[in-house]
Design a protein around this ligand. Structure first.
Ligand code: CDP
Length: 238
């Protein structure tokens, strides 16, 4: 079955599994997946490498002009590149995590990322995850999902993810980083993290991936009145 060209926006707090669900939707229903958080992480890595952010998170206003030279794009599927350099590993470190939310609060950084996301999405069927996709980037997205989960569950997921990537995280630091980012992300002036009024909420604290994809499929099919499709065509596969 082929769904029409639509945009699915997945927003929510850190480490609620947005990217996992987005990837599953992309695979199952043949959508392009775009990770907007990776873009903010890419800008953060760039600012660090250019010496435009201090350890105390003071941002040099020269970052605005420097962004004009920054080429961030996705290649090999969902891998983030800076020019020809694959930066996927560097953007996931705790160092970048600890500076990304102050960077993402800067209005000209948000304009830079929004513009790039719209260029990447021009092709059509897109699932995108982030903090403000359903409210600001794609307010007309046909399907909006807002994800939550208990903080202990989220911190454990992120901790396990960092360990599996060969990092040596401290659980308390991971937890504090999540809570701090949640706070900054939901209290900033420009496009704060919040649930769009028309978003479906999913708390996946106690949910496995099979249940999640079943939930998403129900949502997508229900949205297009496709729940009865097998009965309507005599039960034949399409
Ligand atoms: O994977 P995780 O949930 O830790 O975060 P992410 O999706 O990689 O996003 C990293 C950071 O980028 C967030 O904590 C936000 O500060 C920022 N962000 C944002 O402001 N707006 C978005 N649409 C996506 C991310």
């Amino acid at each position: 079955m082929r769904f029409p060209d639509i945009t699915i926006a997945i927003d929510g707090f850190s480490s609620t599994g947005k990217s996992t669900l987005a990837r599953l939707i992309a695979q199952h229903f043949d959508f392009l997946y775009l990770d907007s958080g990776a873009m903010y992480r890419g800008v953060t890595l760039f600012a660090r490498e250019q010496g435009l952010i201090d350890p105390d998170n003071t941002i040099d206003p020269a970052l605005e002009a420097a962004l004009k030279t920054l080429d961030l794009h996705f290649g090999q599927g969902t891998v983030l590149f800076m020019g020809t350099r694959n930066i996927e590993k560097q953007i996931r470190t705790m160092e970048v995590s600890s500076q990304v939310s102050p960077i993402a609060a800067v209005p000209y950084v948000r304009s830079y990322v929004d513009r790039r996301l719209h260029e990447f999405s021009a092709a059509g069927r897109v699932v995108m995850d982030g903090r403000d996709i359903g409210t600001t980037v794609f307010p007309d997205a046909e399907i909006k999902i807002f994800m939550t989960a208990r903080p202990e569950v989220r911190a454990q997921r992120r901790f396990d993810e960092l360990v599996s990537k060969g990092e040596n995280p401290v659980f308390e630091e991971v937890m504090n980083n999540l809570l701090e980012r949640d706070y900054i992300d939901s209290h900033r002036e420009t496009s704060p993290l919040r649930r769009a009024e028309d978003a479906f909420e999913l708390d996946n604290s106690e949910m496995g991936l099979t249940d999640e994809i079943a939930w998403a499929e129900g949502l997508i099919r229900g949205k297009f009145g496709l729940l009865d499709a097998p009965a309507n065509n005599g039960g034949k596969a399409e």
